[in-house]
Write a protein that binds this ligand. Structure first.
Ligand SMILES: *[C@@H]1O[C@H](CO)[C@@H](O)[C@H](O)[C@H]1NC(C)=O
Ligand SMILES: *[C@@H]1O[C@H](CO)[C@@H](O)[C@H](O)[C@H]1NC(C)=O
Ligand SMILES: *[C@@H]1O[C@H](CO)[C@@H](O)[C@H](O)[C@H]1NC(C)=O
Ligand SMILES: *[C@@H]1O[C@H](CO)[C@@H](O)[C@H](O)[C@H]1NC(C)=O
Ligand SMILES: *[C@@H]1O[C@H](CO)[C@@H](O)[C@H](O)[C@H]1NC(C)=O
Ligand SMILES: *[C@@H]1O[C@H](CO)[C@@H](O)[C@H](O)[C@H]1NC(C)=O
Ligand SMILES: *[C@@H]1O[C@H](CO)[C@@H](O)[C@H](O)[C@H]1NC(C)=O
Length: 433
């Protein structure tokens, strides 16, 4: 019953140019974002190189300061009213980024490869405000997973400076596929439930290691050469861009020099479950097992939340039914139970996707794997025609996960106002009609 052609369409997206006409609810979406590029030679800036300690990199960035996976970003504090960024030539030309001052609304602009963009000026909304967030912070996020930016330098006005903003004290990572990456939502990664979860918790560092079409099992799925049981251990994703920039030598993620996540949410398997990819149940469960064992190996204290899978709905008589009910529901639940068994916990097996090695920790572990039941969260109109959550669907998944995490792990919700999801202000101007 599932239309494979729609699921396969991400392959086309990989090949297409960054600039394309987008239909949103059947209407042409306006993408005439302001052109922020400037001639850097005509300015007098104080300039910081990409490796300046004042610049915090969020999500996965490689040694050349190139961004990977979904919704990676940078942030820093600054003085004055000017922020410009020079982007390196490994930037995808035309890539859309969201950026903002403090917790104000996201603004958007297309980045030109090798150009300098003026993103904050005295006329930028909020530019004259110094409270409540002080020092004033600047944040930028890449919206699309397949495209990226390369940071070359950050500039402020002459006589002004960048200020290092310490990381928040808690950290979450989402491991997934297109569902977590934000495919088909309004601002892609910046409208994804994974981003919404991390940003919506507030005062939380978040990384979204999700890529459309990728499987848990380490095999080719929809053109992604490797599965997450392998790729999660690497800085770069499975994009064509990664094959161009890193070839056969991707950089393993430097787990030693990046802090551990406290909570890892895993939502992966719809691509494994698609018969076009020929993944057996055994291979899928083996892949998911390795991802969990990989997380436990790199981050022994992390709590892991495994989501049950969902797809979409079809009309069934006078209502709607799930398109698909065989999403390895029992197998995933059984795997979570197995991870919680005394037998496993007395000497956990761990996995390293770079060296391909399975070993044991040699010490007892407390239970760390939890089951998040997604059944009943999404209804038929929360899934768009291309089998992915709509913006509303993404917000529902993020909201339920936030409450699950609050109740289960005692994480308070710290965000008390900043914009999380952009362009979701649906409202009416009439009080009776
Ligand atoms: C800007 O980005 C949007 C979203 O990717 C794209 O549709 C549009 O064509 C881009 N515009 C330019 C001028 O590159
Ligand atoms: C940044 O890179 C330059 C050039 O390689 C080097 O001289 C400098 O020490 C680096 N700065 C930091 C903070 O690592
Ligand atoms: C890209 O930038 C680097 C560093 O500035 C430079 O060495 C290289 O020649 C540039 N490559 C292209 C194709 O412009
Ligand atoms: C900030 O103040 C300056 C000087 O008064 C003014 O020119 C500018 O428009 C103000 N910016 C905003 C966003 O209101
Ligand atoms: C899946 O397996 C079938 C039968 O063995 C084969 O014909 C097909 O090419 C395979 N598809 C992929 C994507 O490997
Ligand atoms: C790990 O296994 C993969 C797939 O079998 C293989 O391509 C890779 O070379 C192996 N790597 C190491 C370090 O053994
Ligand atoms: C998941 O939720 C559905 C709907 O409430 C329920 O029928 C099912 O038993 C739940 N699964 C588990 C493993 O608790």
């Amino acid at each position: 019953m599932v239309s494979f052609s729609s699921l396969a369409s991400f392959c086309l997206a990989l090949a297409s140019h960054v600039s394309a006409t987008i239909l949103q609810n059947g209407q042409v979406k306006e993408t005439n974002y302001p052109d922020t590029s400037i001639d850097p030679a005509a300015q007098s800036f104080k300039t910081y190189p990409a490796n300046a300690t004042e610049i915090s990199y969020k999500g996965r960035w490689d040694s050349k300061y190139v961004s990977w996976w979904s919704a990676p970003g940078i942030s820093f504090g600054y003085t004055g009213q000017t922020v410009a960024i020079s982007f390196g030539n490994l930037t995808d030309n035309g890539v859309l980024v969201g950026y903002r001052i403090g917790g104000l609304d996201w603004m958007f602009t297309n980045i030109t490869s090798g150009a300098t963009h003026l993103l904050v000026s005295p006329d930028a909304p909020g530019s004259n405000e110094t409270a409540p967030i002080n020092p004033t912070t600047f944040e930028l996020r890449v919206t699309n997973w397949a495209y990226g930016v390369q940071i070359e330098a950050v500039h402020v006005a002459e006589g002004e400076k960048l200020i290092k903003i310490p990381d928040f004290g808690r950290r979450i990572e989402v491991i997934g596929d297109s569902l977590a990456a934000g495919m088909y939502t309004t601002y892609e990664g910046l409208s994804s439930w994974a981003y919404g979860l991390g940003a919506g918790l507030g005062n939380t560092e978040y990384t979204v290691t999700a890529y459309p079409g990728i499987c848990a099992a380490d095999q080719d799925c929809w053109g992604n050469p490797r599965g997450q049981a392998h790729q999660w251990f690497y800085t770069s994703d499975t994009s064509y861009r990664a094959s161009v920039i890193h070839g056969d030598n991707p950089e393993p993620w430097d787990f030693e020099n990046h802090p551990a996540a406290d909570i890892v949410v895993i939502n992966i398997g719809t691509n494994d479950n698609n018969e076009a990819n020929n993944v057996t149940t055994e291979a899928y469960i083996d892949g998911l097992t390795k991802i969990i064992q990989g997380v436990h190996s790199k981050w022994p204290k992390a709590q892991v939340v495994v989501c049950s899978l969902w797809l979409g709905f079809h009309q069934s008589g006078n209502s709607f039914s799930p398109e698909w009910t065989d999403g390895w529901v029992n197998e995933i639940y059984d795997l979570v139970q197995w991870f919680n068994s005394k037998d496993y916990l007395k000497n956990p097996t761990i996995w390293d996707g770079v060296t391909n090695t399975t070993s044991t920790t040699g010490k007892k572990s407390d239970p760390f794997v939890h089951y998040f039941n997604t059944t009943g969260i999404l209804q038929h109109n929360d899934i768009g025609p291309q089998w992915h959550p709509t913006d509303v669907g993404a917000i529902k998944v993020a909201s339920h996960l936030q409450q699950f995490i609050r109740i289960k792990f005692g994480w308070d919700l710290y965000a008390t106002g900043p914009e999380i999801f952009h362009d979701t202000l649906y409202w009416n101007d009439e009080q009776s009609y």
